[in-house]
Design a protein. Structure first.
Length: 164
C-alpha cells in the first residue's frame, strides 16, 4: 500500500524555501511512530532538507531524475516505475515529499496521513494537492496550541474510496 504523510496549512501549504512551515514536536513524534520500521520514499530536495540522513529505523528510497547520482544511506530510484518496483513487496510505503513527489504519487496512493495545521502560511512556496471527494476521512485527533506548538493541529487519516 502506498500512503502519503504530510503536514499542511489551511490553504494546503506544505513548505517554504525547502523547509517545514513550523516546528511541531508532536507532529514529528507522530511521523516517527507511523513510519518507523517502514519504507519512506522522498525526492532529492526533501532528502537534502533532513537534519539527519538517512532517517533511522526506516528504509530510505530517494527518487531523483539525476541518473547516476547517489547518496549514502539511500536506495536510489530514477523514475516512478523504478521506485514502485523497489517497494512492491512492502506492506506500506510512506511518500514523504516534496511537492513534486506528492503530486506524482497522489493518484497512486490509498491512504493519507495528514497533519492539518489550523493556521495559514502566506509565505509558503509549495503546496499539496487538494483532497477531493474520492477520499473518506476515517479518523481525526485534535491537538491544541501550547508552549511547544505555535498553532492547533489535527491528525487525520483518509482512505481512498473504492470505485463501484
Amino acid at each position: 500500500m502506498l500512503s502519503i504523510i504530510v503536514a499542511i496549512g489551511e490553504n494546503y501549504e506544505i513548505g517554504r524555501k525547502n523547509q517545514l512551515l513550523c516546528h511541531l514536536p508532536d507532529d514529528l513524534k507522530h511521523f516517527k511512530e507511523i513510519t518507523g520500521g517502514h519504507t519512506v520514499l522522498m525526492g532529492e530536495n526533501t532528502w537534502l532538507s533532513l537534519p539527519k540522513r538517512p532517517l533511522p529505523k526506516r528504509r530510505n528510497i530517494l527518487l531523483t531524475l539525476n541518473e547516476g547520482k547517489t547518496y549514502e544511506g539511500a536506495e536510489m530510484a530514477y523514475s516512478i516505475d523504478e521506485a514502485l518496483r523497489l517497494c512492491q513487496s512492502e506492506e506500506e510505503v510512506f511518500i514523504m515529499g516534496g511537492a513534486s513527489i506528492y503530486r506524482q504519487f497522489f493518484p497512486l496512493c490509498d491512504k493519507l496521513y495528514i497533519t492539518r495545521m489550523q493556521s495559514s502560511f502566506p509565505d509558503a512556496d509549495v503546496f499539496f494537492p487538494e483532497i477531493g471527494s474520492e477520499w473518506t476521512l476515517v479518523s481525526e485527533e485534535a491537538h491544541p496550541a501550547d508552549e511547544k506548538h505555535c498553532c492547533p493541529f489535527i491528525f487525520q487519516e483518509y482512505l481512498k474510496r473504492k470505485n463501484g
